[in-house]
Ligand binder design. Structure first.
Ligand SMILES: O=P(O)(O)O[C@@H]1[C@@H](OP(=O)(O)O)[C@H](OP(=O)(O)O)[C@H](O)[C@H](OP(=O)(O)O)[C@H]1OP(=O)(O)O
Ligand SMILES: Nc1ncnc2c1ncn2[C@@H]1O[C@H](COP(=O)(O)OP(=O)(O)OP(=O)(O)O)[C@@H](O)[C@H]1O
Length: 486
């Protein structure tokens, strides 16, 4: 990429999340990930080019030096921080504006710093000999799995957190607040159980979105349309199956391919003797899950060791105290930093994200010895776990060989896949106090909604009155969020 010859016409809108907007190159398999900030904060968020570049370099370092060793070399592409010509960025911002979904337009793309993260386009497979004559674009499925376990920490004061997972409780809160328009049937614990019989969320084809959970759409009709798109990939061209039958076959086949990619250990994909990570029954069953209990009870609860789901789950489980156990340690760190502000740097509260940071994460003492090092180690572990709870998995799939009517030859793989993990940004240290308040709100809302006469709710209120939760104002409402560079 020649940075001095950037032309906005070579790039197109690709997608965006809460914190960044992504454009992809029309010819080369590259994307640029640009930062966004809130329109309300537009003036305050103005960073110098050097600050913005440092922020992006921190993301690269964190991905490379912290998340990669934990999640596995093969799944991570940390990318490179780049400085782009300001004129190019301004023109690009104008060009993509009309493509942006309204729900994301509360934030604007950073056009002031000219800094971005350049990454490989993970919706595309790197060149593969068996696909070289393939004329169909690759399929790509993006899954945001969220937190895949029930907390077992002794610090938990609300029993419901041991029974219903965070995602399932949180979605009721999001529905009530209007962030979501309907409840999802997805439960992360089903995905991480290794027992597969459920619907998956999101799909993209060759960089063009062909199916996504649309709040207003009819799900079954949506899925039927998706199946028709995918028919050429999974069914012989002369298939006589009815539309309904073929939809079922196609979606089942798609799920099979995704599942084998999610469970593959990549180093030994065809080994019959896969090492497995066994999950205890308690951790894999969420009471709110719609997945048939019998299926979970009789299923073999294990993930192949080192498959992408196993790597993500074990990193998420670095949060072994739960936010309730972490809050007093966060306070300990806060007090220490108030007394010794210069310690912020030595303790690497905002990076640098290097081998020494990883060492603090991996070698944190098992028991609390009252030290600041222990508290910082647990805070760092919690932040790393938060990243793993919010990342996405990208599965790119290409059919192998020429279009031979998809005659099934058992010895020949029909698909080739690549699996990557994305969105591995560090979560700011300051976000921990927000997490504590949010946890209270989510659980409180869930209990009120599902068990209005629950005794636990009264206990919760009592706890709240004793101000055990950090930073909440008298009405129990959110205090102002402080954004801080990561
Ligand atoms: O709080 P959650 O679990 O809803 O996760 C947030 C995500 O919501 P989602 O689960 O996708 O509906 C949210 O994603 P969306 O905006 O919903 O796409 C962000 O990823 C947010 O992280 P950050 O503040 O941008 O660093 C995520 O926030 P944290 O990971 O900081 O909690
Ligand atoms: N390297 C990549 N290759 C292809 N697509 C990508 C890549 N990186 C990001 N994307 C796409 O852009 C979208 C937004 O990127 P990303 O998830 O990193 O943004 P975000 O603002 O950090 O998200 P969040 O809302 O989770 O904070 C992703 O959901 C994905 O579809």
């Amino acid at each position: 990429m020649e940075l001095d010859k950037m032309d906005e016409n070579d790039w197109k809108y690709h997608g965006e999340g809460n914190k960044s907007l992504v454009v992809s190159h029309v010819q080369h398999a590259r994307v640029l990930r640009l930062l966004k900030y809130s329109t309300e904060d537009a003036e305050n968020s103005h960073k110098t080019t050097e600050q913005a570049f440092r922020h992006i370099q921190n993301i690269v370092d964190y991905s490379q030096n912290v998340m990669k060793p934990l999640l596995g070399e093969k799944f991570i592409h940390n990318g490179e921080a780049v400085k782009l010509p300001l004129d190019f960025v301004r023109q690009l911002s104008l060009k993509v504006q009309q493509e942006r979904p309204e729900s994301r337009c509360d934030k604007v793309m950073d056009t002031l710093s000219g800094c971005a993260l350049c990454l490989p386009n993970l919706t595309q497979l790197s060149s593969c000999c068996c696909c070289s004559r393939e004329h169909r674009p690759p399929l790509c499925i993006e899954i945001k799995p969220k937190c895949g376990f029930l907390p077992a920490s002794r610090h938990i004061t609300k029993d419901i957190k041991r029974k219903v997972c965070r995602f399932c409780m949180h979605q009721h809160f999001k529905l009530a607040n209007g962030k979501w328009k309907r409840l999802s049937h997805y439960c992360p614990l089903d995905l991480f159980s290794g027992v597969f019989k459920f619907d998956l969320p999101l799909s993209v084809q060759g960089g063009e979105c062909i199916y996504t959970c649309n709040d207003d759409a009819d799900v079954l009709q949506d899925l039927d349309e998706l199946a028709q798109h995918l028919r050429p990939y999974f069914l012989p061209s002369g298939s006589l199956l009815s539309r309904q039958q073929s939809s079922k076959v196609v979606l089942n086949e798609l799920i099979q391919v995704i599942v084998s990619a999610l469970l593959s250990t990549w180093d030994c994909p065809r080994s019959g003797q896969l090492r497995k990570t066994h999950l205890s029954e308690g951790r894999v069953t969420c009471e709110a899950s719609l997945l048939h209990r019998d299926l979970l009870r009789n299923g073999n609860h294990c993930l192949p060791k080192d498959c992408v789901l196993d790597k993500i789950l074990s990193t998420q489980m670095l949060d072994n105290l739960d936010i309730e156990g972490l809050s007093p340690l966060f306070k300990r760190v806060e007090q220490h930093l108030q007394m010794f502000p210069k310690e912020r740097c030595r303790l690497q509260m905002d990076g640098p994200y290097n081998a020494s940071f990883l060492e603090k994460v991996q070698n944190c003492p098992a028991e609390d010895d009252g030290s600041i090092e222990y508290a910082v180690g647990k805070v760092h572990q919690y932040r790393v776990a938060m990243t793993a709870k919010d990342c996405s998995i990208m599965v790119a799939i290409a059919t192998c060989g020429e279009d031979d009517g998809l005659e099934i030859q058992p010895t020949k793989p029909r698909f080739t896949c690549s699996v990557s993990i994305l969105d591995l940004d560090p979560k700011p240290y300051e976000s921990i106090s927000h997490q504590s308040r949010l946890d209270y709100k989510i659980v409180n809302h869930y209990l009120r909604r599902t068990q209005p006469n629950n005794q636990e709710l009264d206990n919760l209120e009592e706890l709240a009155n004793q101000s055990l939760f950090l930073g909440r104002d008298r009405d129990g409402e959110d205090c102002t969020l402080v954004f801080h560079p990561v």
